[in-house]
Ligand binder design. Structure first.
Ligand code: PMP
Length: 458
């Protein structure tokens, strides 16, 4: 699941079991339905990560048989142009032959050793060469683990406990980061999920994104170990920073004595080779990475300046470990993925995103939704917000017409396009999305807008 604030995405709105909403689609999904019925008896909610259940768009999940390039093929044989792409890792699309070969070659040599391998040194060097803030890297198996560990390091380095995060940002399901804002401009967090100790949430201060006054107030009031931010937040839909806001983060962190931690799990290696920090020239103290660096296998990492990273065991005293950290299959997939991310590749991804974003703007107009929906994009990421006015923070994102977004997504699925099943997620175009795929998407998108019930979203 690529979710932020748990409460706002809670499936409670749609009670357990099969979803009562009938999809407005002609999709044949009987095999998916059978599998889902069985899965519901074996897996909580029938899935291994909540957003996959598609409850936010009022339908049941589609079970996937395979992926080919930019396409997903479900167990009923339906083909979709896929804009989830595993929620970000598949920047080269599904089953890229060179990545598959790198993984199978690595597997033939043994799948895990619990001892160092040459690839780990190589991928650390590749990451350090690309990401401006990174001199040293520690690999983990998930983004959650990486952010939990980066925050431990920030607390050790500063001798402080409190973390500042932004409402609507997601940094994995780390206890202290599953915190919701209370009332007021900048508040100590309250647990966003049962099971999160109040004490853990209390060490988190939650501030609205892009809110200069709240940030200044919080950084004047609290002694912080870290300010943690997605520099291009993409877990409330894509909500880029207002001009100057990332610079202000840097300045306020320095003023406070806190470390600035960028969570580039989504933006890293996607919006530019060195992520959002390269595009913005704002250099954090620590960076959390994931998704693309695993090339579709489980890998994530955190990194930063040498003297900070050398606090990590066994170089230093801050403990953190992992049986499968730096797993050779994941490292092989990640290395090949990075090798294929040339300058030309980034130019192509930017062009594809722009084509798609412009085309979706036209589709909004042609489908009669001008003034009720708009598109936000940066290279490699976009969101269609069902709202007239620009989205600046989580409160604005929550104000979108989510029922209309859900209906539009069901219409897209019926027309062979697989969108992220939540208004709070970004679309992930890949290098496998060619002009033909984009054209197919835009035809479907226009028809899907036109098919929405009259008055929806008004
Ligand atoms: N940070 C961000 C910005 C994310 O989007 C995610 C997950 N989508 C995570 C951290 C957590 O990563 P993982 O799901 O690998 O634990």
């Amino acid at each position: 699941m690529s979710t932020g604030d748990v409460a706002r995405r809670s499936p409670l709105a749609v009670t357990g079991g099969r979803n009562p909403v009938t999809p407005a689609s002609s999709l044949a999904d009987s095999r998916s339905a059978e599998l889902y019925a069985r899965a519901l008896t074996l897996l909580p909610g029938g899935v291994n990560s909540p957003v996959r259940a598609m409850r936010a768009i009022g339908r049941d999940p589609l079970f996937v048989a395979r992926g080919e390039g930019c396409e997903l093929i479900d167990v009923d044989g339906n083909r979709y142009v896929d804009y989830v792409c595993s929620w970000g890792p598949l920047i080269h699309g599904h089953a890229h032959p060179e990545i598959v070969k790198a993984v199978t070659d690595a597997a033939a040599l043994g799948t895990s050793f619990g001892a160092p391998t040459p690839g780990e040194v190589e991928i650390a060097a590749e990451i350090a060469a690309r990401v401006p803030s990174v001199e040293m890297v520690r690999m983990t198996s998930s983004g959650t683990e990486a952010s939990m560990s980066a925050l431990r390091l920030a607390r050790a380095a500063t001798g402080r406990d409190t973390i500042l995060k932004f409402a609507g940002a997601y940094h994995g399901h780390v206890d202290g980061l599953l915190a919701d804002a209370g009332s007021g401009l900048a508040t100590q967090g309250i647990p966003a999920s049962p099971g999160v100790p109040a004490a853990a949430a209390k060490e988190t201060v939650v501030v609205p994104w892009n809110d200069t006054d709240a940030l200044v107030a919080a950084t004047n009031h609290y002694e912080l170990a870290a300010i943690v931010a997605e520099p291009y937040p993409a877990n409330m839909g894509l909500v880029p920073p207002a001009p100057g806001f990332l610079e202000l983060l840097r300045e306020r962190a320095a003023h406070n004595g806190a470390l600035l931690v960028f969570d580039e799990v989504i933006s890293g290696f996607r919006v530019a080779p060195g992520g959002a920090q390269e595009r913005s020239d704002v250099i954090p103290d620590l960076t959390i990475m994931g998704k693309v660096i695993g090339g579709g296998l489980p890998a994530a990492a955190y990194g930063g300046r040498r003297e900070l990273m050398e606090r990590i065991a066994p170089a230093g005293d801050v403990y953190q470990a992992g049986t499968l950290s730096g797993n050779p299959l994941a490292v092989a997939a990640g290395l090949k993925t990075l090798e294929l991310l040339t300058e030309t590749a980034y130019a192509q991804l930017a062009r594809t995103t722009e084509l798609l974003a412009d085309g979706l703007r036209d589709a909004i107009r042609a489908g009669g939704w001008f003034g009720r929906a708009h598109v936000v994009s940066v290279p490699g990421l976009l969101t269609v917000f069902f709202r007239r006015d620009r989205v600046r923070d989580y409160a604005d994102a929550a104000d979108c017409d989510r029922d209309a977004y859900a209906a539009w997504c069901r219409e897209l699925l019926a027309r062979g396009v697989y969108p992220p099943a939540s208004q709070f997620e970004a679309w992930f175009p890949s290098l496998a999305h060619d002009e033909v795929a984009v054209e197919r998407t835009l035809e479907a998108a226009t028809a899907a807008f036109a098919a929405l019930p009259r008055g929806a979203g008004a």
